[in-house]
Design a protein. Structure first.
Length: 289
């Protein structure tokens, strides 16, 4: 039995087999259109979800797990461990951290002997997922809760997230893209390449075609990953309803950069509300940083 179990949520975009292998509990978020409620990544296929998103006059509302749901997840994980670590999406993106902290208090009331901690990853997508994964790997090594948190925290400054948006329409709806950029992009139909930092989009380049955007992504990945990438680079190729394009991009990463770890994972549908379909990108870190 592990001393520590790890809990996270679907915004971490962890591949299901990877979460299962490392015994990470993943809580789904919910999205509500006018007449339907979806569990994030569970209730609808990508094709169904993005068709509904395109046809809807308004984007769906979203909700994180309640404090009670978090508490129940912590208690369930605590049946097989002496401590539980919950890794959340950045507080800049969502109120999930606050809900998890409230769930932590509820769990402590019901099981005072259980050590429950909540860690704000400062990230989203597999940038968050890599932090949760590092915590789970530390737990698998037999580490106690303080050492698990230390390993996860040490990784946090190194994880990065770069994406290319196929359209700014959905990001514009969410209010996360500056109006000036939207006005400039509309007539040009550019594809921005951006990083997600501290809860905001930060443009790092533009392209007019998907091929140009993926080329910029690869160059940015190589530049930011640094030296010795073939022995230290960990990469997750992200996409939204573009599996073939993501696999092709992963193959380019595999042959040109030879990463130590290479994953492919679709953005959670909740995040797809803000990006729309056609996104491609990378979550990554270098273990030699």
């Amino acid at each position: 039995m592990r001393r520590v179990r790890v809990v996270t949520d679907t915004t971490a975009c962890l591949p299901k087999d990877l979460a299962a292998r490392h015994e990470i509990a993943v809580l789904p978020l919910e999205l509500a259109f006018e007449d339907a409620v979806y569990q994030d990544g569970i209730s609808a296929t990508s094709d169904e979800f993005y068709a509904r998103l395109a046809a809807s006059p308004r984007p769906p509302t979203t909700s994180s797990p309640s404090p009670g749901v978090y508490a129940n997840a912590f208690l369930a994980a605590g049946r097989e461990a002496e401590a539980v670590l919950c890794v959340t999406v950045s507080r800049q993106f969502s109120a999930m951290y606050d809900a998890a902290v409230q769930g932590q208090e509820l769990a402590r009331e019901r099981a005072p002997e259980l050590d429950v901690r909540v860690l704000d990853s400062g990230a989203a997508a597999m940038a968050q997922g890599f932090v949760a994964l590092e915590a789970a790997r530390a737990a698998a090594d037999g580490a106690g809760i303080d050492d698990v948190i230390a390993r996860a925290t040490a990784l946090m400054p190194r994880v990065q997230l770069l994406v290319s948006l196929d359209t700014l329409t959905y990001a514009g709806r969410s209010g996360r893209v500056p109006r000036l950029l939207l006005m400039a992009a509309s007539p040009l139909r550019i594809k921005p390449v951006v990083s997600f930092e501290r809860g905001a989009y930060r443009p790092i380049g533009v392209a007019r075609t998907t091929a140009g955007a993926t080329g910029r992504l690869l160059k940015a990945l190589q530049r930011r990953a640094g030296a010795n990438i073939d022995v230290s680079l960990h990469v997750c190729v992200h996409h939204t309803n573009a599996p073939a394009e993501a696999e092709a991009l992963a193959e380019r990463v595999r042959t040109s950069l030879r990463p130590a770890e290479l994953l492919v994972s679709e953005f959670t549908q909740l995040m797809g509300v803000h990006t729309g379909p056609g996104l491609l990108g990378f979550a990554f870190y270098s273990s030699s940083d």
